[in-house]
Design a binder for this molecule. Structure first.
Ligand code: WT7
Length: 659
């Protein structure tokens, strides 16, 4: 692990530590905030009591719990284990029962400009019908359902319909390939897939259903496919297996009794890249996950459910979409915006047009998007009235101080608090973040573990680093939304997160404590890249490349990129025994290999560049020295080559690079 120095250790770190600006909340903001500093003391005095309070205050339980935390089966925690509740009831029905049925739950903005408004009453009707439709297709409590949809309201409805039945969902990002979808369906043993004909992206309909057909043609457990008609495009149809969403919902009753499940009942599986080729199915359960989602959504964004308009730009295919589009906001009864498409369709001011149109007051997005907007220029946000904004959030990767400042100044008019929120698919919900009415925010730092959360930065030997020191981020106490395991692989769960430091959760991130003890995240310390806030595994992309008939060997590195944070750069050796084939592909080899990766994993995994090389730098024990390849990929002179088996290799690669 230690040979993978973090992105920030090469120059960036020093810059960060000279970042001395700090932005306390205005007296006005602090005065109206949902909480004051006492919340930290309350949580520190009695962590479990604090979480029990949150769970009871923010959720409605059909059976109250008597025990808060049971960690006797560590590393698998049980929170609120003898309590029962239903996630969809909490997200929808209880708001309607409380007389809020007319409140808008979702303002949907399609990319072509079509809109839909769903109130909580509408949502209750849709989710209930969808739950009945799934039950009609044979889905029972405990069965897994795969969801492969664009960013349309049905994505949220589908997730909640599953939750209503206690059928764990496995959402697969619509940008993933048929291959990736197939392996996730098989791993989770899903019996139904919910998809759409397609969705709108970059001004035109893009198909989804054909990928499902291709995935299912490879075999597997799926009995039925529910198909939402979004674009109306022609799609292949398998009679008996495929069912139209609209027909199924129309035929279903609008009443459905939500199934109260145990707090530890699985709510969902979400696959994420690890350090090996095989993605991990991260398992989340119901009670603790929902409690922490609701808590963090309310306090980190200072949510006022009755007046705020909240917009998180994440796709539901990622954990941010699970926790901060579907569960957090709806549990809290918020009004939110969902936008289907890209930020530059039809023009680069689309996001800002949406903020103005719906008077968005809380915006939650990723550094890569902020940097892209920065690159496009202030003229686009300046076309619109953004004065409704009052809190800005960032997630997915370290935000560089320049982007943070631009976000606050240009989008937030120098007035809005910015919260940089650190968390992971595994943590389920936000863990380290400023609180907007309390923390004096520092551009580029996630700063402080939230109330009820315990984090530390450790050195190689497992000792906490002093203020000013750097090391590895760990979580030292169990938290309610923590993953309960890797689907079907308890050993990997233990090895990945719990074996590096005794009794502590190893996050895989490098971090640094500044002189005030505030935490600065520095990037991954393992073979995981972060491209546009999306986690990609070097090994997984290497395996995809090697699965192409002409590739003998491949090495992938994450190279620093001004917009996407990191970019995928691949080095490949072609097979000597396939010269005929290589010659036929000719000049197009790079394009062919990029397309191959897109087919195997998805377009997001496509290398930015691929360099064909004769050899790869290896140690005498045969380990590829990615550090040296990253030097090349980032345009530096290669570092120390003394441990290479053949020290001339790097010269050859650099020469190849200059050609
Ligand atoms: C990894 C988790 C959490 C939802 C989106 C990504 C990086 C995430 C931050 C942040 C610095 C961050 C970490 C983490 N990361 N947020 N605010 N500052 N780094 O979820 O795909 O599970 O990726 O994203 O490296 O380990 P994910």
């Amino acid at each position: 692990m230690s040979q993978h120095d973090t992105a920030a250790s090469e120059g960036g770190l020093e810059n960060l530590l000279h970042e001395g600006r700090s932005f306390p909340p205005s007296a006005e903001f602090a005065g109206q905030a949902n909480t004051g500093p006492e919340i930290y003391e309350r949580a520190a005095a009695d962590r479990e009591g604090f979480w029990a309070e949150q769970a009871r205050e923010l959720l409605t339980w059909s059976t109250d719990f008597s025990e808060v935390l049971d960690f006797s089966g560590a590393p698998v925690a049980r929170w609120f284990a003898d309590g029962r509740l239903n996630a969809a009831y909490n997200a929808v029905d209880r708001h309607v029962e409380a007389g809020l049925g007319d409140r808008v739950a979702i303002h949907f903005e399609g990319e072509p400009g079509d809109t839909r408004t769903l109130t909580y009453a509408d949502l209750k009707d849709q989710v209930s019908r969808a739950a009945n439709a799934l039950a009609e297709l044979g889905v029972r409590t405990g069965d897994r359902v795969a969801i492969y949809l664009p960013m349309i309201p049905e994505a949220v409805v589908a997730m909640l319909a599953c939750a209503r039945l206690g059928a764990p969902h496995s959402v697969v990002f619509g940008g993933f390939s048929a291959e990736a979808l197939h392996s996730r369906i098989v791993d989770a043993d899903a019996r139904v897939v919910i998809t759409a004909d397609g969705g709108y992206r970059r001004g035109k309909p893009s198909a989804l259903k054909p990928a499902v057909d291709e995935a299912l043609a490879k075999g597997g457990p799926v009995e039925h496919v529910l198909v939402v008609e979004r674009t109306g495009q022609e799609v292949p149809w398998t009679e008996g297996r495929d069912v139209r969403w609209a027909d199924a919902l129309a035929a279903a009753a609008p009443e459905h009794e939500p199934v109260p499940v145990e707090a530890e009942h699985p709510l969902f599986i979400l696959y994420t890249s690890g350090t090996t080729g095989q993605p991990k199915g991260i398992l989340h359960t119901t009670g603790g996950y929902l409690a922490q989602c609701a808590f963090t959504h309310k306090y980190v964004f200072d949510l006022k459910a009755e007046s705020d308009v909240y917009w998180c730009t994440a796709d539901i295919g990622w954990v941010t979409g699970h926790s901060y589009v579907t569960y957090g906001p709806l549990i809290n009864g918020a009004t939110q915006v969902i936008y289907e498409g890209t930020p530059d369709t039809p023009d680069k001011d689309r996001w800002w047009e949406i903020v103005e149109k719906y008077k968005v007051s809380i915006l939650y997005t990723a550094p890569t998007a902020i940097r892209t907007c920065m690159k496009w220029g202030a003229e686009f946000p300046e076309r619109h009235d953004l004065s409704s904004l009052r809190v800005l959030g960032s997630v997915g990767e370290p935000i560089n101080p320049e982007a943070w400042m631009w976000y606050r100044q240009t989008i937030g008019a120098g007035r809005t608090p910015v919260v940089d929120t650190w968390w992971q698919t595994e943590t389920g919900a936000i863990m380290i973040s400023p609180l907007p009415g309390i923390t004096a925010a520092k551009p580029g730092s996630a700063q402080t573990p939230l109330p009820g959360i315990s984090a530390e930065v450790l050195d190689e030997r497992g000792q906490p680093v002093p203020d000013g020191g750097g090391g590895y981020l760990v979580l030292t106490e169990p938290w309610p939304a923590m993953l309960r395991g890797i689907w079907g692989d308890p050993e990997r769960f233990h090895d990945t997160y719990w074996s590096r430091f005794e009794g502590m959760y190893f996050a895989g991130d490098g971090a640094k404590k500044d002189d005030d003890g505030d935490i600065w995240l520095l990037g991954r310390v393992d073979d995981v890249m972060n491209v546009s806030g999306h986690r990609l595994s070097t090994t997984e992309i290497e395996s995809a490349l090697v699965s192409h008939p002409v590739v003998a060997e491949a090495a992938v590195v994450g190279a620093k990129d001004d917009t996407t944070g990191q970019a995928v750069v691949a080095f490949v050796i072609l097979r000597a025994d396939e010269q005929q084939r290589v010659a036929e592909i000719g000049e197009d080899i790079v394009a062919e290999l990029r397309a191959h990766v897109a087919k195997e994993i998805g377009p997001i995994a496509k290398p930015r560049s691929i360099l064909v090389v004769a050899e790869l730098p290896k140690t005498r024990s045969g380990k590829i020295m990615r550090r040296l390849l990253r030097d090349i990929a980032e345009g530096r002179e290669a570092g120390d080559v003394t441990t290479l088996a053949d020290s001339t290799v790097m010269d050859k690669i650099s020469r190849g690079m200059q050609r």
